[in-house]
Design a protein around this ligand. Structure first.
Ligand SMILES: [Zn+2]
Length: 262
């Protein structure tokens, strides 16, 4: 079953050893991560499924890393000390793959290391409790409907096993919210973030699918497809979407949210 669902940003700057003095500008997000970590613990999942937009992205295939143990390092961001380790959940991966052999392009890969799209949320969600298994899934560049379908397939696999699952959609909103933003400024960036958050709150999957492609393009987001996988998994469940924090101190929209099941 699915016992927890959340959305998190994944900027390495959130990690204290990397963000350093910038941490002061990220208070809302860091506080929200404290809440999310606690909520996750209370939901007591066996396994956390994380959807990431980074690392190994394939245009036509969803990628599931089937190594039995994963390491997350942050060397490329200047942190040589942090190293996280997680055990995989190969039973879940096998279930997902075998139930969707003919309907979903799921490519299995083997890699010891998982990218920051996985490691940043997992860093915050497993500070106090480390015994979760992890399933890292990279989204693809396939269309939005296929991402919803992947979410539905994840749900089916979760409910066909006698285990408790959490799903985390890792992703940032617009990368163009200010003039010093990494992708430059776009006047549509704010509009995108506002709309996205509104639609998540309203649980309006249909309107997310129908967002203006130009608006999405100009926003330079990375989270939309992750969110759609999450929504595919939970859309028929009874929940309220709660925004725990939203801020953009460096021109990138960081959203922490939880789908509170009733
Ligand atoms: Zn990103």
């Amino acid at each position: 079953m699915i016992v927890f669902a959340g959305i998190t940003p994944h900027s390495p700057i959130l990690i204290p050893t990397i963000g350093k003095e910038n941490q002061a500008k990220l208070k809302k997000t860091l506080k929200a991560f404290d809440i999310l970590e606690e909520e996750l613990y209370k939901a007591a999942p066996d396994t956390i499924i994380v959807i990431s937009p980074h690392g190994e992205i394939n245009n036509n295939n969803f990628i599931v890393n089937t190594q039995s143990d994963y390491k997350a390092k942050l060397h490329e961001f200047g942190d040589f000390g942090t190293e996280l380790q997680f055990k995989s959940d190969l039973i879940f991966i096998n279930q997902l793959k075998s139930q969707n052999e003919m309907t979903l392009p799921i490519q299995l890969t083997y890699s010891d290391n998982i990218d920051h799209g996985f490691s940043v949320p997992l860093y915050f969600l497993t500070r106090k409790h480390k015994n979760y298994r992890v399933v890292p899934i990279n989204y693809s560049m396939l269309n939005y409907e296929m991402h919803l379908k992947l979410g539905e397939a994840i749900k089916e696999a979760c409910f066909s096993l006698d285990k408790r699952f959490a799903i985390i959609a890792s992703g940032d909103l617009s990368h163009r919210l200010s003039y010093h933003a990494p992708a430059g400024f776009s006047p549509q960036a704010k509009e995108f973030d506002k709309k996205m958050i509104q639609l998540l709150k309203k649980k309006n999957v249909e309107n997310i699918l129908n967002l203006d492609p130009d608006l999405i393009e100009n926003a330079a987001e990375c989270g939309l497809r992750s969110f759609l996988v999450l929504l595919g998994a939970i859309k028929k469940m009874d929940y309220d979407f709660q925004v725990l924090s939203y801020e953009a101190p460096f021109g990138v929209g960081y959203l922490v949210g939880e789908a509170k099941f009733k």
